[in-house]
Ligand binder design. Structure first.
Ligand SMILES: [Zn+2]
Length: 311
């Protein structure tokens, strides 16, 4: 898929999927240091099952289970026996997503790469190391057959710009670049201090096809950052908020927002410029099904056409 084909596909609003790592970790009973991406090779049936649940719920973008499948993110998780390489985890993740959608052309596969967790500004990782890490994982995802690359949960602009550049060097796939906004009085700021209003332009200039916001302060606080991103990009925004602020119940992290709660602002988000709506932490297949129902109603009412940048 080319960037122009992705833009054309977003002429009406689309449904994305929900959380991956947290759901898979729970289902597999993984240890604290074991990344959920390990399941791509150790228990692929669990990854396939969740993928199929999201597709059944109506997701038109299916993520690969590869958020931490970069050498930069995995380096702090050296285990015995050693983990498979980031490249192996990416290839397996892409293949599982392909297998899950079968021949369905109405579902696109988003090859996910998350923030490394290391802070570039204080040189916890070098720019060269990060760049090589994103480039090799992006190439492996492309080889595995993803339709686009989805860079998620970044808070440092410099790291996200570097990831975009690395992905562009490695592939010609469209790139969705998402930051997490969870700070500031209106939750329009990343934890590293970047305002949503200032984020869109540099990301698009670096080669992102679409910009977005994911995880962050939760669905009820998502609107101001969405509005600011839309004002800066003039294009459809990718939106996957978390299900709110988690609570600790019996030592388990619990999100109390119901699928109905989560889907309530969907119409407002579309009116504010969201072109893709899904969810992050705390959002599962039932939430996605509610989003799909809301979007189907809006589509049949002719709402949510992408606005002409000139208007
Ligand atoms: Zn999240």
């Amino acid at each position: 898929m080319t960037p122009d084909q992705l833009r054309a596909w977003l002429a009406s609003p689309r449904v994305a999927d929900g959380a991956w790592s947290s759901i898979l970790r729970q289902r597999a009973g993984l240890g604290a240091r074991e990344p959920a991406e390990l399941l791509n090779v150790r228990a692929p049936e669990l990854v396939l099952a969740l993928s199929r649940e999201y597709v059944k719920a109506g997701a038109e973008f299916l993520s690969t289970n590869t958020f931490a499948a970069t050498s930069a993110a995995l380096r702090s998780r050296q285990l015995d026996p050693p983990l498979p390489s980031a490249v192996e985890l990416c290839r397996a993740g892409a293949q599982l997503a392909r297998q899950a959608i079968g021949g369905k052309h109405e579902v696109l596969i988003a090859g996910v790469l998350g923030a490394s967790g290391a802070i570039l500004a204080v040189q916890e990782v070098s720019a060269a190391e990060l760049r090589a890490s994103y480039a090799e994982s992006a190439a492996a995802l492309a080889e595995g057959g993803v339709n686009l690359l989805l860079l998620e949960t970044f808070s440092e602009l410099s790291e996200l710009l570097l990831a975009i550049e690395a992905c562009r060097e490695a592939t010609k796939l469209p790139i969705v670049a998402c930051l997490s906004f969870d700070s500031g009085p209106q939750r329009t700021r990343t934890i590293a201090g970047l305002e949503a209003a200032d984020a869109a332009r540099p990301l698009l200039d670096a080669g992102a096809t679409i910009v977005g916001s994911n995880c962050g302060a939760g669905f009820a606080a998502a609107l101001p950052a969405l509005v600011a991103l839309h004002a800066g990009s003039k294009g459809p925004i990718w939106l996957k908020p978390s299900a709110g602020v988690p609570e600790l119940v019996d030592d388990r992290v619990v999100y109390t927002a119901t699928p109905e709660d989560f889907a309530r602002p969907v119409r407002q988000w579309i009116d504010a410029g969201a072109g893709v709506v899904g969810g992050c932490c705390g959002v599962g297949p039932e939430h996605v099904q509610r989003i799909a129902t809301s979007l189907a109603k809006l589509r049949s009412a002719g709402r949510g056409r992408v606005r002409n940048p000139a208007t």
